[in-house]
Design a protein around this ligand. Structure first.
Ligand code: SAM
Length: 220
């Protein structure tokens, strides 16, 4: 999608993808992302690509994780910090603005501009409504880029599966075969859940939620 598509969505507050209560599947499968026990005394650092103002960031912070986000829309990120009830420090880099407060850092701009040094070390990636937000033409570029800038960190992906003929995206249907085709050269992929999306997608199309865990296949 063009950047203007998303800027306009945020400006008009057309954010049907935003879940005011956060995502229950993150809570259900959080151990896969955060680890049941974290032997290091350092907090886990989780990257949330295309983060919007997701409530899942609030939840991850409440679990003691540090969070790094990337999001095009500054409108979204101002709302994120407002809703967290904190005043961010805003710095300007050559790649855009960086909003931060305590354990939360958000890069405001195009994710494709970020590199691994910008991001720093992350222990996990939480992709909800990010991979599915991108058209097929951008998917391979996104997944290669995401794996590179996170140095093949494990991922928890929440996607949708539905008949693409019944509705134009976004969100696009990203089924198990698609995730395998995009990521199996780097990751072992486990499908953790396939469950019906109650009420259908946008209230009109029958769809399933899919949850995947990805673990680099060259890592212990
Ligand atoms: C479907 S929304 C999902 C937001 C969030 N993950 C959630 O679950 O609520 C996709 C988000 O990706 C952002 N986005 C789209 N393309 C982007 C890009 N190239 N770089 C950074 N953010 C992008 C949009 O502004 C939008 O907020």
């Amino acid at each position: 999608m063009e950047h203007n598509f998303w800027h306009s969505k945020w400006q008009k507050n057309e954010i049907g993808f935003h879940e005011p209560q956060g995502n229950a599947l993150l809570v259900k499968f959080a151990d896969m992302l955060l680890g049941k026990t974290n032997p290091s005394s350092k907090p886990m650092r989780i990257f949330v690509p295309l983060c919007g103002k997701t409530r899942d960031i609030h939840w991850l912070l409440s679990q003691g994780a540090d969070v790094v986000g990337a999001e095009l829309s500054e409108v979204a990120i101002k709302q994120l910090f407002d809703e967290l009830g904190v005043s961010p420090t805003v710095t300007v880099s050559s790649k855009g603005k960086i909003y931060s407060h305590d354990g939360l850092t958000v890069f405001v701009g195009d994710i494709f501009e970020l590199n691994e040094d910008d991001l720093g070390e992350v222990n996990g990636v939480y992709d909800r409504a990010a991979l599915v937000a991108l058209p097929e033409t951008l998917r391979r570029q996104y997944t290669n880029h995401l794996a590179t800038i996170t140095r093949h960190a494990p991922q928890l992906i929440i996607s949708f599966e539905y008949d693409q003929n019944e509705m134009a995206g976004p969100p696009f249907s990203v089924d198990e075969n698609t995730v395998q085709a995009l990521y199996s050269d780097i990751f072992d992929i486990q499908l953790l859940e396939r469950s019906e999306l109650v009420g259908g997608l946008k209230g009109k199309v029958k769809a399933n939620n899919l949850v995947f865990h990805l673990h680099a296949n060259n890592m212990p």
